[in-house]
Each structure stands twice: as structure tokens, then as C-alpha cells.
Design a protein around this ligand. Sequence first.
Ligand code: ZN
Length: 331
Amino acid sequence: MLDAYPWQIDTAQRLINLRKQLPHALLLHGRAGLGKYALAQSYAKFLLCESADKSIAACGVCPACHWFEQGAHPDVHVLQPSAMDEVEDSDAKRSAWISVEQVRHAIDFVQLTSHRNGLRIVLIYPAEAMQAGAANALLKTLEEPPENSLLILVSDQMSKLIPTILSRCHLVGFDLPENGPTLAWLQEQGVENAALCLGLAAGSPLRAVTLADADYQTRRRTLLQDLLAAKKTNALLLAERYAKLVNADFSQLLLWLQQWAQDMLAVKLAGRVYYHLDHTEQLHSLALHVKLSLLQLWQQRLQQARAAVAHPLNVQMVLEDILLDYVNLFE
Ligand SMILES: [Zn+2]
């Protein structure tokens, strides 16, 4: 079997079966935190393994496997935003996007003959980091792929890919695994509060592992304390404090606020919480004091802010609006 997480076994088998009639482009898609890129790597390693008797797994000992593990296989090219490169040079210009130039390099790479008389593989992650120009630069290669080439695109947000890219890829979807086995797996990994973290991660196992981080949990709990003290909260002071704290990660703060809003709504509408399993009682008593219509408005406000997060005008001002609206929910 490919190196795969327990919830990927069926998908891994599908990929193995594809080997006999390998498409020129695969798109692995599904929510973030499901280990799609890890499986893409493991599949690439398997395809490139030079052991004669590999049937369903890379051997791990041939030169190809060895190079792959070192990140040095000559027939593999990774296309990712420069912001994801592991470089020490902090002055280097880092981008969250895959540039047209990077795509052209990848295309040149794929046109060459394989060093090992086999496949040439390009891994593209996240595929949605290709904006229109980069995606269009890739299209021609997708339309007329060179012999013995494979592009593996991996996407957390397939809806952001242009249809002409989608239509030329063989799609492999990753479903959310069931909670029961995932909880067991998280506990095996030593994740404390596995149920809480899985709830916060909306069911994505690897995201849940990240969220179990003690520092992350402390920051989250501090925010929740502030939100719980809504009636006594000075929204402007709070906005000032959080603007300083979160400048680097405004999106995360908005996500927390959105989850808080969603849980207050869920309490009002369905009598249950989804995310804050550690604050169920407090949410119930808080929700008693809030008007449904105002809460829905606040939630919309948060959605708008999150949609605009790539270009926040002024984090503190946006936060002031949001937190004032929040405090006013309880008037
Ligand atoms: Zn091998």
C-alpha cells in the first residue's frame, strides 16, 4: 500500500489502479487537512520507484526511492508559491501565488526527456495558487501533454480553478473521514482534547492535529474569555489589543469569531454547539440574551470581513466595527 493515512486507504487504492492507464493530469481535491499533498507525494514516489517487484508500494531502497526521500529525484518538479519554499533568506521576495514564470519552468522541465527513462512528474500545490495568467500558461501543456509526463495538481479549493483546467484533469476527490475512527487516530497521535480539536477543525484530521497546539489553544481561550465577558467588554480597547496581536493572522481571528457566531446561532436554532464543545453551557446562557436577527447580521458582517481579508483596509478599524457590533448584540 502507498504510504497513506488510515482515511486515505480507498483513495490510495484508486490511485494504484490508475497506474495501468495513467492519465497525464490528476487533480486531487478536497478540504484542507486531509493529507492530499502527502498522498500525492507518496504516489509520485511509488510511480518512480525502480524496484522490479513493486506491486502496490514503493520499495524504499532503490536509488529512485532514495532520491525521492531526499527531495532530489531528477524527474520530479514541485510547483508551489515561493512563500511555501523552505528558504532561510528572509529578504527573498515571497509570494502566496504561483507565478507565470514558475509555470513556464515547470513546462520546460516536463518537455525534457526523463533522466531515468521513466516518468517526469510535476506536483502542483495548492493548484488554486495559480491565478489566471499562470493557469493559462499551464493549459497548453494540459491540452497537449508530452509523452511520459504526469501533472499532479492538489487543491483545497477546487471551485477557484478555472473550468478549462478542471476539464483536462482526472479528478480524485477526498471525502471527510468519519468522526469515530478519526478520533481514535487523533488519540493515538497523543492529541489532547481530540473531540474539541476535531470539532474546531470541522472534521479534518490533520487540521485537528495543528489546532491541538498548546499556544494556539491558549490564544483561542483568551479570545473566548473576552467574548464571554461581552457585557463588560470595551470593544474599542479590545480591538486595539487584538489588532496588535493578530496583524499577522487576521484571518484566523475572523475564523474564530465566525465559529463563535455559528455556535451561538446553532444554540438558538437547534439547541446545540458544533465548535466550542468546551463552552457549551456558557454559549447557551449567552445566546439567551441575543436577538436572532442581530446575530444573523453579525454573522454576515464577519463573512464579508473574511472575504476581504486579503486586502483589509485597516485591521483595527475593521475589528472595532466587528467588536462594537458584537457588544451591541447584548444591549
Ligand atoms: Zn524504490
